[in-house]
Design a binder for this molecule. Structure first.
Ligand code: BV8
Ligand code: ZN
Length: 255
């Protein structure tokens, strides 16, 4: 799946950044963004995940989000999330950037996933009382703020909305400063997130893609592996650990 040259180059890196998309959570049973599964298939998320859709029919949009919250509440992190969480110990500077809003990276043990598009579990008062985490099943849809009674909205970034500035800055810095950039389970269609691997590419960094399908990035990266995230990351961890043990033996031998 990965050539020994790519494995050695990656193993020699100190600073590695990763961008994940919905494909990483697909093996946890969460349908990818463009197919939330069930009754929502007929709807276009591009039209639902917008401030306009929410203004027009907050109840309907909340029904969509609450259906996704319930799907995520049942989901568990998969081997792909776990391998990525473990990579924090393999590289001295490992930055995990995600477009996903399901918080499965947190559940798998990643210490500081950068959430570019917010989280399904966050709710925000439209009148400005603030934002907080709420995992309860929302019975009254649309939910109202317990402090001021105004409408609550999902704490996600909708199309046409800016990304959280601090998250974006941290992600962009990682894409510029990394030695290797991994792009996993994303259609690479949504901007500005999709511009991050391009930042690494134009600086000549090693960029690897893992996706069972081709994406607009596939022809530009150093290596595009046609595989599911779980199997590819499992094999990548295996290969990296083999190289690390050989390196340690050689260093140990040299002492
Ligand atoms: C902004 C949160 C400006 C909500 C999301 C024209 C009209 C209108 C807008 C635009 C336009 N052109 C460009 C834009 C900008 C727009 C954009 O990029 N649109 C694209 C689609 C054309 N971007 C924005 O609007 C952004 N904001 O630009 O604002 C601005 C700036 C300053 C101030 C004010 C305004 C905001 C974008 C964020 C939108 N919110 N999510 C919610 O979740 O409800 S984006 C949404 O799509 C999800 O977060 C998702 O993560 C993201 C990207 O999708 P993917 O993660 O890639 O998922 P997808 O389903 O597409 O693909 C899954 C992939 O996995 C596939 O490739 C598949 O092959 C692969 N896969 C499947 N199984 C596996 C697998 N891979 C590995 N293993 C497997 N097992
Ligand atoms: Zn309020």
């Amino acid at each position: 799946m990965f050539s020994s040259d790519v494995i050695q180059r990656l193993a020699d890196c100190q600073k590695v950044a990763v961008l994940t998309g919905a494909g990483v959570s697909a093996e946890s049973g969460i349908s990818t963004f463009r197919g939330v599964g069930g009754q929502w298939d007929k709807l276009d998320p591009m039209k639902l995940a917008t401030p306009e859709a929410f203004a027009k029919d907050p109840k309907f949009v909340w029904e969509w989000y609450e259906a996704r919250r319930r799907q995520v509440a049942e989901a568990k992190p998969n081997i792909g999330h776990e391998v990525l969480a473990g990579m924090e110990n393999f590289f001295s500077q490992f930055t995990l950037i995600t477009q996903n809003v399901d918080r499965l990276h947190h559940q798998a043990g990643s210490h500081h996933p950068i959430e570019l598009h917010g989280s399904l579990w966050m709710v925000r008062c439209m009148a400005g009382c603030g934002e907080w985490e709420d995992r309860h099943e929302l019975v009254d849809l649309p939910p109202k703020c317990p402090h001021c009674g105004a409408l609550l909205r999902p704490g996600v970034v909708w199309f046409g909305e800016g990304l959280p500035p601090e998250a974006w800055e941290e992600a962009e810095k990682a894409a510029v400063e990394c030695e290797a950039f991994l792009v996993i389970g994303t259609s690479a269609l949504v901007y500005p997130a999709a511009a991050l691997p391009e930042q690494a590419l134009k600086r000549g960094k090693l960029v690897l893609e893992i996706n069972p399908e081709e994406t607009p990035l596939s022809s530009k990266v150093g290596l595009s592996v046609r595989a599911k995230a779980g199997e590819a990351l499992f094999s990548l961890r295996d290969e990296l650990e083999k190289v690390a043990s050989v390196d340690n033996k050689q260093k140990g031998g040299a002492q």
